[in-house]
Design a protein around this ligand. Structure first.
Ligand code: UTP
Length: 412
């Protein structure tokens, strides 16, 4: 028996043999290589957990309020002092920025990497990558630096992303300071825990969540590149926030003055029912609790000033010291499963386009890394200056709402 056959039989994936026997040599060898590289033990564990009710698991975790600092209430002199600390870091060339652009953007449904989506803002429409580039160019001018900009892509969208940047001449950003790196992948499993095959007779894979960033940075030499350049502090943000401020010296200053290794900006939750994850302490460590996990009474709890105790929304605006990223590259993060639609080829070669969720996708989340630290700084900032997310095709957090926020901010 061939080695790949042994592997498939041992792991209950022998249905793949039916695909292999029909393939011509090159495709066959390609699929065999993939079969030999799957971590079946890990997949079996993930599948076992796929249907577990995590809302029960969260009940055994002690959830507490996490202190935060509201930028507005800092007072001018404190704010200036923190700003100065942060500005020194930026001016000395010790600051770098990462954009996470490896997501699939399924809710928006744009054909192509999400950063290539064009937002119809005034005075003229702009791509999401263009908006980010403009933000960084403004900061480069202000601080007389050329911030290193790292962009995380997925296997699925890397080529398209890189050629998009080339096509648009990097939107005027100094090319030598832009580096792309790839995040990890994991196979999708069907509802019976079986591997699936895609249109090109590959094992059907998907990006394994933005928590992949920590290990991927090490694997692709990004951490080493940062160390060579003398980078001490790193901002990590999402690709889909048209008001993302990637260079806030007050955040850096606050983190340093509080003696922390990690930090994040938040915005106040609009109301107890808003569907956002909020910062909290989980068993004494910093973390995020999803709105689906936060019990109703806790979501409504307020302090003596009437502020929500769990009211600091995560806007994916994170800051890390280089040492924090170095240590996170060695840590294991949990995987969360999502029930998703996935097209596949059946054994007779017929393509099935799924209209209902039919597969499990496994993702780790960047914020699960926070729990490896005793504390983190949280800087509450103004929503209208920092947060214009583009998540859905229509309604809340859609291009329409982001365009309005963007135009209002820029006085258009
Ligand atoms: P989201 O959680 O909003 O996911 O990503 P998404 O893939 O963009 O959109 P949906 O859920 O499919 O509609 C938040 C940020 O994390 C990045 C995204 O690109 C976005 O900047 N991300 C997400 C990755 O880089 N990799 C992933 O595997 C997932």
């Amino acid at each position: 028996m061939e080695r790949y056959e042994q592997i498939l039989r041992k792991n209950g994936q022998e249905h793949i043999l039916n695909y292999i026997e029909k393939l011509e040599e090159e495709k066959k060898q390609n699929l065999i290589n993939q079969i030999e590289n799957v971590d079946y033990e890990q997949l079996a564990k993930l599948y076992e957990e796929s249907n577990k009710d995590f809302s029960k698991a969260i009940k055994s975790v002690m959830i507490e309020h996490i202190p935060f600092c509201a930028k507005e209430k800092l007072g001018q002199s404190k704010c200036e002092k923190l700003k100065e600390i942060g500005e020194d870091i930026i001016k000395q060339g010790e600051y770098a920025v990462i954009t996470m652009a490896g997501g699939q953007g399924t809710r928006l449904g744009h054909d192509g990497p999400k950063g290539t989506f064009k937002l119809d803002v005034k005075p003229e429409s702009k791509y999401l990558f263009e908006i980010l580039a403009e933000n960084l160019i403004r900061n480069n001018k202000k601080y007389r630096v050329a911030l290193p900009w790292y962009i995380m892509t997925s296997t699925e969208n890397n080529e398209k992303t890189v050629s998009f940047f080339k096509e648009h001449n990097f939107f005027g950003y100094p090319k030598d300071n832009v580096k792309f790196f790839n995040q990890g992948n994991l196979p999708l499993l069907n509802e019976s825990g079986k591997l699936m095959i895609d249109e090109n007779y590959n094992i059907k894979m998907a990006s394994d969540g933005n928590g992949s960033i920590y290990k991927s940075m090490k694997k692709d030499g990004i951490l080493a590149d940062m160390k060579n350049r003398g980078i001490e502090w790193i901002f990590i943000g999402s690709v889909d926030n048209a008001l993302l401020d990637m260079c806030d010296p007050v955040l850096i200053g606050l983190t340093i003055s509080e003696g922390n290794e990690i930090a994040s900006k938040s915005v106040a939750k609009r109301n107890p029912q808003e569907r956002v994850g909020v910062f909290c302490k989980k068993n004494g460590k910093p973390g995020i609790i999803e709105y689906t996990e936060l019990p109703e009474d806790m979501a409504e709890e307020t302090d003596e000033d009437g502020e929500l105790l769990f009211g600091e929304s995560n806007i994916i605006c994170h800051l890390y010291s280089i040492n924090a990223l170095d240590s996170l590259a060695e840590k294991e993060l949990p995987y969360h499963s999502a029930h998703k639609k996935a097209n596949y080829i059946d054994e007779s070669g017929k393509l099935h386009v799924s209209t209902e969720p039919n597969a499990y996708k496994y993702e780790s989340f960047i914020f699960d890394g926070f729990g490896y630290f005793d504390n983190m700084s949280i800087l509450r900032c103004k929503r209208e200056e920092n947060f214009a997310p583009i998540k859905n095709k229509e309604g809340n957090d859609s291009p329409e709402t982001a365009i309005k926020l963007y135009n209002d901010f820029w006085g258009q």
